[in-house]
Design a protein around this ligand. Structure first.
Ligand code: ADP
Length: 244
C-alpha cells in the first residue's frame, strides 16, 4: 500500500481532497500532545508523589507506561513514513564519527541484549574517516539493525558488528545467527509493514516499518542498504555511506 497514491475526500463545505499520507500525518500530529499528557500523568502516579501505591498498582502503571512509550514510537514512525512518501525526508548533515555512534547504540542496547541472552561483538581495525551525515537518522538505522539482530535470534544470540572503509565508502555490517529470512520473503523485506510470522511471535511489539524507514534514510544519504540471509542460519544486514 502506497500512502501517497490513495486520496480521501473530506466532506466539508470545500469538499477538500487529501492524500492518505497527509491524513496520517495530520492524525499523528494530533495524537502527539494527548499521548505525552497521558505519559506525564502516569509518570506522576508511578513516582508516588501523590501518595503510596501498592505493588500491583505499580506493575499496572509500568505496563501502561511501556505501552504509551510504544504509542509514541509508532506515532513517530507514522510521521516519518508520511514524510518519506511525500518526499519530505530532510537530513541535517554534520561531521560525524560513525564508530562513536555504533558504540553508543551498543551501550544503549546492551541491557536488552543481556536480558535476551545475546552477545554483541564490535571491532574496527582501521581508522575511519569522519562522515558528513545526519547523525540521529543514521543512529536510528544502526539501532534498528542491531535491535532486529537481538530480537530475531534463536536460543543464544551472537551479533558481530563491523565497520570498514572500502574505496570511497564506509561500510557497516551487522551479522546475526538468528532465525534468518525465508527465500520467498526476501523481496518484501524493505516494504512497509512486512513481518515474518515467526518474527511476530518473537517480537510482538514490532511494527514492520523499521527497515522501510532505514532504507529511505540510507537512500537519501546517497548510500546503499542490503542483506544476505539463510533461514535458520542467520542474516547479515549492511549499509554503505559515501565518504565525500
Ligand atoms: P519489525 O522488526 O518492527 O518487525 P523491521 O522493518 O525492522 O520491523 O523488520 C521487518 C521484518 O523483517 C521483521 O518483522 C522480520 O520478519 C524481518 N527481519 C528483520 N531483521 C531480521 C533479522 N536480523 N533476522 C530475521 N528476520 C529479520
Amino acid at each position: 500500500m502506497d500512502f501517497s497514491t490513495i486520496r480521501f475526500k473530506i466532506v466539508n463545505k470545500h469538499q477538500s481532497e487529501y492524500k492518505l499520507a497527509e491524513v496520517i500525518s495530520i492524525i499523528s500530529h494530533q495524537l502527539k500532545t494527548p499521548i505525552s499528557v497521558i505519559k506525564g500523568y502516569l509518570e506522576v502516579l508511578a513516582s508516588k508523589d501523590l501518595g503510596e501505591i501498592n505493588p500491583k498498582q505499580k506493575e499496572y502503571l509500568n505496563f501502561a507506561l511501556a505501552n504509551v512509550d510504544r504509542m509514541i514510537l509508532l506515532v513517530k514512525d507514522f510521521l516519518e513514513i508520511s514524510r518519506i512518501e511525500e518526499n519530505q525526508l530532510k537530513l541535517k548533515k554534520e561531521p560525524t564519527d560513525l564508530e562513536k555512534i555504533v558504540q553508543e547504540v551498543i551501550d544503549e542496547l546492551s541491557p536488552v541484549a543481556s536480558a535476551k541472552n545475546c552477545e554483541i561483538h564490535f571491532q574496527t581495525r582501521t581508522q575511519l574517516p569522519v562522515l558528513n551525515i545526519d547523525r540521529l537518522k543514521i543512529k536510528q538505522v544502526i539501532s534498528n539493525l542491531i535491535s532486529n539482530a537481538i530480537d530475531y535470534k534463536k536460543t543464544r544470540g551472537e551479533v558481530e558488528i563491523s565497520l570498514k572503509k572500502q574505496g570511497e565508502e564506509t561500510i557497516f555490517c551487522c551479522q546475526d545467527n538468528g532465525i534468518g529470512i525465508p527465500d520467498d520473503e526476501k523481496a518484501k523485506i524493505f516494504t512497509k509493514f512486512y513481518r515474518n510470522d515467526n518474527a511476530m511471535i518473537m517480537a510482538p511489539g514490532g511494527s514492520g516499518v523499521g527497515l522501510f524507514i532505514s532504507k529511505a534514510i540510507i537512500d537519501a544519504s546517497r548510500g546503499k542498504i542490503w542483506f544476505e540471509s539463510q533461514k535458520d542460519r542467520g542474516s547479515t544486514f549492511c549499509f554503505s555511506l559515501p565518504i565525500s
